[in-house]
Write a protein that binds this ligand. Structure first.
Ligand code: FES
Ligand code: FES
Length: 235
């Protein structure tokens, strides 16, 4: 029910329609505020259940079935959480534990594997994104009992201590050698002006391996192993 207007107000409204609109707006606002107030009082459970539904949706995993081709073999993964990293799929779901989890944040390189020949941090790669690719892990480098030349070079040059970073170092080296053969440049190539077929100097090797951290600091021997492997040299 609207409040009766006193005579001066009625006169004022007749003279000034803008004021009438303001008055209607004011009443609409008061009415809306009343409805909103009632809604807040009675609507908290509704908002809470909407939040619950939102939380449930956020924590309920979306799953997929996918097949990963690893070391020349197909592996079927069923109902895999779409958020699973390639590293976790390898280690937790497929028991391929050669790839190591160091930082899990793309900072140490312990998890390095090859995807279509390119080195990637598997902790930063979603397993679903690797479907259809050729994945090579440290388990896929040796041919039976015959070590891959890079693995042999690491052994011969004593390029590891605890060995935790070694699978990533070796996968990274395999890719580095291919990258170098293709003429890929590094920051050092530009700094030294060697932008055409740069030699794999120790500085080039250090730069190109800088994504792989060794907590044992076996770097001098790692550089020697990479250099030897790149040159196809056996000691
Ligand atoms: S575990 Fe992937 S970069 Fe450290
Ligand atoms: S050999 Fe131990 S972390 Fe590299």
């Amino acid at each position: 029910m609207s409040t009766p207007l006193c005579t001066p107000e009625e006169e004022l409204l007749e003279q000034n329609p803008t004021s009438a609109e303001i008055e209607i707006s004011r009443r609409t606002f008061v009415k809306a505020a009343g409805i909103l107030g009632a809604g807040v009082a009675t609507g908290i459970p509704t908002l809470a259940s909407a939040q619950d539904a939102q939380d449930a949706a956020a924590t309920t995993p979306h799953t997929v079935n996918l097949t990963l081709k690893i070391n020349g073999k197909s592996y079927a993964l069923t109902a895999l959480d779409t958020r699973t990293s390639l590293l976790d799929a390898l280690r937790e779901d497929l028991n391929l534990t050669g790839s190591k989890k160091g930082c899990d944040h793309g900072q140490c390189g312990a998890c390095t594997v090859l995807v279509d020949g390119r080195r990637v941090n598997s902790c930063l790669t979603l397993a679903v994104a690797a479907e259809g690719a050729e994945i090579t892990t440290i388990e896929g480098l040796a041919q039976g009992d015959v070590l891959h030349p890079v693995q042999a070079a690491f052994v011969e040059h004593d390029a590891f201590q605890c060995g935790y970073c070694t699978p990533g170092q070796i996968c990274s080296t395999v890719a580095l050698i291919e990258e170098h053969k293709k003429g890929t440049l590094s920051t050092v190539s530009f700094e030294t002006g060697q932008t055409v077929n740069p030699q794999l100097t120790d500085n080039e090797i250090r730069e190109r391996m800088s994504g792989n951290i060794c907590r044992c600091a076996a770097y001098p021997n790692i550089v020697a192993a990479v250099r030897a492997a790149a040159m196809g040299v056996r000691v």
